[in-house]
Design a protein around this ligand. Structure first.
Ligand code: PNS
Length: 164
């Protein structure tokens, strides 16, 4: 738990699956707050490739080096979940200008719904700015090389799948 003066941040997302871009954000975000909760939206409308449990396992396997990071899942409104967790910050990454519009909409909606919670953005590391979970899955499905784009555990799990 965060101490009384400490900041807890939620890093929400689908993480289907986690990429090295997400991991970079986790590493950098974890240095800014006392406690970072990486949380998977579990009632998503999208048809995920990996179950919430599998995604939580993959996240848990890669956050070892960051002692103030934990993994969780949530459903319902993000701001309600953040309040339950005692979080004051929502962390999101922005890769390109195309991310901005959706992120702005979400940040403003979340500010309206939960004025006490601030969304902070980190720019994706330049070497990760073109990586998305969707593209990783597509490249893998079509036989392309995804090493360096996702953590090795994710690549191994993708290989275990007969087809994606
Ligand atoms: O990885 P994604 O798919 O871009 O993450 C989107 C996510 C999970 C951050 C967003 O869909 C979300 O926060 N959903 C929770 C529902 C909610 O609070 N909606 C209203 C605020 S926009």
């Amino acid at each position: 738990m965060a101490n009384a003066s400490g900041h807890t941040a939620i890093y929400p997302g689908s993480f289907d699956p986690i990429t090295n871009g997400h991991l970079d954000l986790i590493e950098r975000g974890s240095r800014l707050v006392d406690r970072l909760v990486v949380s998977i939206l579990s009632n998503d409308n999208k048809q995920p490739l990996f179950s919430v449990e599998e995604r939580m396992e993959m996240l848990s396997e890669v956050i070892g080096p960051f002692p103030n990071v934990e993994v969780d899942c949530f459903d319902g409104l993000l701001v309600d979940y953040a309040a339950r967790k005692g979080a004051t910050v929502i962390l999101r990454g922005i890769r390109a200008i195309s991310d901005y519009e959706f992120e702005l909409q979400m940040a403003l909606m979340n500010r309206r719904l939960g004025p006490g919670i601030e969304t902070i953005f980190l720019m994706a590391g330049e070497e990760y700015s073109y990586i998305s979970s969707r593209l990783v899955k597509e490249v893998f499905r079509l036989g392309g090389n995804i090493s360096g784009l996702v953590p090795p555990t994710v690549e191994a799990r993708l290989r275990k799948r007969k087809s994606i």
